[in-house]
Design a protein. Structure first.
Length: 226
């Protein structure tokens, strides 16, 4: 396939997966397009499902933990979609992936990072790591924060997608299939340029923006903002 056909196939497959799992996708904000060039997406992280949810609207090359590469089906799909796998506990591997991100962004690709470095149940935003944001500075990429959350059809918090506490992939799928009326919300926040800032300043800014969206959208649900 040429690149455009491949991108459309990834988006189509991701939408089919969401439909088969009974998940409705709800989008807010300005979607940057199918595959915006030299664009770095930063999102909070709840589940392995986040990758496919985001791909229903904007396809990107994700930075994901190396274990996912070994997962049945999901690992192969992520690899085929151009995912950059990282061993986060190895500093040398962080440098390798950062260099790969710089090359990809300079070549006009869209890359996505989960700066929390791990999944949470989504009830709070974990501290962001700044190391991989250096790639955005070195490539002069546009950064766009994204706030993800999962709710039921009435807008109430739903933790069925949360992939935490040594949960297996099969257990996660079972929870997802048992959820009814699950809605995945993608909140695209305003993009911004690196503007000569250092990576820690950029990280704090993006984290503050995503936390603000989290608090605003969950103000009626105190347990999700603690």
């Amino acid at each position: 396939m040429d690149e455009n056909a491949r991108l459309c196939r990834i988006q189509s497959w991701s939408r089919t997966l969401a439909k088969k799992l009974g998940i409705q996708i709800r989008v807010q904000g300005v979607v940057p397009g199918l595959y915006p060039p030299n664009h770095l997406l930063l999102a909070n992280h709840i589940s392995w499902l986040d990758i496919f949810v985001l791909n229903t609207e904007t396809v990107s090359r994700f930075v994901a933990k190396s274990e996912i590469r070994q997962w049945p089906v999901v690992g192969s799909l992520c690899h085929a979609a151009g995912t950059l796998f990282i061993e986060r506990e190895r500093k040398r591997d962080t440098a390798r992936v950062s260099n790969a991100m710089i090359d990809a962004l300079r070549d006009g690709h869209c890359v996505a990072v989960f700066p929390e470095g791990t999944t949470s149940d989504g009830r709070c935003i974990l501290p962001f790591r700044s190391s991989l944001l250096q790639a955005a500075i070195d490539s002069q990429a546009t950064i766009q924060p994204i706030y993800l959350r999962y709710v039921d059809s009435e807008g109430n918090w739903n933790d069925a997608p949360a992939y935490i506490n040594e949960m297996s992939l099969s257990e996660s799928l079972w929870r997802l299939l048992g959820a009814r009326g699950l809605v995945a919300e993608i909140n695209f926040l305003a993009p911004f340029a690196v503007a000569g800032e250092d990576r820690r300043t950029l990280t704090r800014y993006a984290e503050t923006r995503i936390k603000a969206a989290h608090e605003a959208l969950n103000s009626h649900h105190p347990s999700a903002t603690s």
